[in-house]
Design a protein around this ligand. Structure first.
Ligand SMILES: Nc1ncnc2c1ncn2[C@@H]1O[C@H](COP(=O)(O)OP(=O)(O)OP(=O)(O)O)[C@@H](O)[C@H]1O
Length: 270
């Protein structure tokens, strides 16, 4: 059974494992330019070590919420706390993986992966060692000296992820991390992300348009309503992910939940 909680977002969802919240949003509102009310009263808790997807119709404020959590954007009202401290801007405990990967075209994979550490002033040998470890971790071993133009979209995306992992942030914020790659790459990367998350014990918050992806990957799905984005539902998919990835996609609980979410979202697009 999947636990679906109706719009009591700060409440702990029934059936979820007890874990400490690492990120909290309290009463977040965002109004752009005094007129566009993008987010309304977002109260959420993100537990340490969990992967949460932000899902909802186009324009409901998913990216806005992610950027507010990242400290890249200020809320109009409300606040974000990370490890109990209010967020006033970007911080080392959060790493943002950009949709367009934000790689430097003139730098090698290794240097791109080490870039966050370079910004932090970590010395060259240490940052290269750490970057090498994460380039390997994301499956790019042997590509350290290549340049972004020599890589496929999926590989570039992995470099972006290696960069975020290398700074050893507690929270990885990913804006549609799989949107720019083909279906096969997307599936493979989703599988790899599940394994990576198990190994690294990081907290992932990702924005997605894909119901299937959210159900496949997430410990928790936050469904946002159309603008102004509010928390419509918090869903806790209880999917056993240890087995064959293709079997998971055929499992009745996976199919039932994707269908249930679609039925909920469908009214927004009709
Ligand atoms: N800088 C901005 N100035 C004015 N309005 C903005 C700005 N950024 C976003 N918006 C508006 O705020 C709303 C939420 O945008 P946001 O990009 O957060 O939504 P989203 O759910 O991520 O959308 P999508 O799924 O299409 O990527 C949209 O209506 C968008 O047009």
């Amino acid at each position: 059974m999947n636990a679906i909680a109706q719009a009591e977002p700060s409440a702990t969802v029934a059936g979820s494992a007890p874990a400490t919240p690492i990120v909290r949003t309290r009463g977040i509102h965002k109004v752009y330019g005094g007129t566009v009310h993008a987010l309304k009263d977002i109260n959420l808790e993100f537990k340490r070590g969990e992967l949460t997807s932000l899902l909802g119709p186009s324009g409901c404020g998913k990216t806005t919420l992610l950027k507010i959590i990242a400290g890249l954007l200020e809320p109009t009202e409300g606040e974000v706390e990370v490890n109990g401290k209010p967020v006033t801007g970007p911080g080392p405990e959060r790493a943002f993986v950009f949709q367009d990967f934000a790689l430097m075209p003139w730098a090698t994979v290794l240097r791109n992966a080490a870039f966050g550490l370079e910004l932090q002033g970590v010395n060259r040998s240490e940052r290269e060692e750490r970057a090498r470890h994460y380039v390997n971790e994301v499956g790019l071993s042997g590509f350290e000296d290549k340049y972004p133009h020599e890589l496929s979209g999926g590989m570039r995306q992995r470099v972006g992820l290696a960069r975020a992992l290398a700074v050893d942030a507690d929270v990885l914020l990913m804006d549609e991390p799989f949107s720019a790659v083909d279906e096969q790459t997307r599936r493979k990367f989703q599988e790899d992300l599940i394994h990576l998350r198990e190994r690294e014990n990081k907290t992932f918050i990702l924005v997605t348009h894909s119901i299937e992806e959210a159900v496949y990957l997430s410990d928790r799905i936050v469904l946002l309503s159309p603008r102004p984005g509010r928390v419509g539902q918090v869903i806790d998919p209880e999917i056993e992910r240890k087995g064959d990835p293709d079997a998971i996609r055929r499992a009745p609980e996976y199919l039932d939940l994707t269908d249930e979410i679609w039925r909920g979202l469908r009214e927004y697009v009709e």
